[in-house]
Design a protein around this ligand. Structure first.
Ligand code: FE
Length: 157
């Protein structure tokens, strides 16, 4: 866990109780880039995410609160410029909200625990869900799967 997380009292990958805080309180504990996307509904530049061509096995968490969001095996190359997944870790892990901003009809995806803005979900993804969760990498934390789990899941080993 880096220093940023140590300074974030609500960050937990195991506590799934809802987090409600004022924007001022969020501003004090989140790094500026995370705050601007998670709380101000910003969008990172396309192709700017370190997770864009990232293929490690593990779990992605909300960078604002630690809520588990996606398993790496649901990540796929969408070519859209943002990390893309076809299925959330659970039905409760995120909230879908209609978004009519910028003259478009889209569905916004928020963290189910802290309501951080994560990105949008579209209906043009791969099977089995046909969904494309187009997510800002800045609001994702990644944790590599434990070695034993890797070995267990890998056919090559
Ligand atoms: Fe969150």
């Amino acid at each position: 866990m880096d220093t940023t997380k140590k300074n974030n009292p609500v960050y937990s990958t195991t506590d799934n109780s809802k987090v409600t805080m004022s924007e001022d309180a969020w501003k004090k504990i989140l790094p500026p880039d995370v705050f601007s996307i998670a709380r101000m509904k910003g969008t990172e530049r396309a192709w700017s995410s370190k997770f864009e061509n990232f293929k490690e096995t593990g779990t992605y968490y909300c960078a604002a609160c630690g809520n588990p969001l996606f398993k790496s095996d649901t990540k796929f190359e969408s070519g859209c410029g943002w990390p893309s997944f076809y299925e959330p870790i659970s039905a409760e892990s995120m909230i879908n909200t209609p978004d009519h901003s910028h003259g478009m009809q889209r569905t916004e995806v928020q963290c189910g625990r802290c309501k951080a803005h994560l990105g949008h979900v579209f209906n043009d993804g791969p099977p089995p869900t046909r969904l494309r969760y187009c997510i800002n990498g800045v609001v994702l934390d990644f944790e590599k799967a434990k070695e034993a789990e890797n070995t267990f899941n890998s056919n090559e080993k």
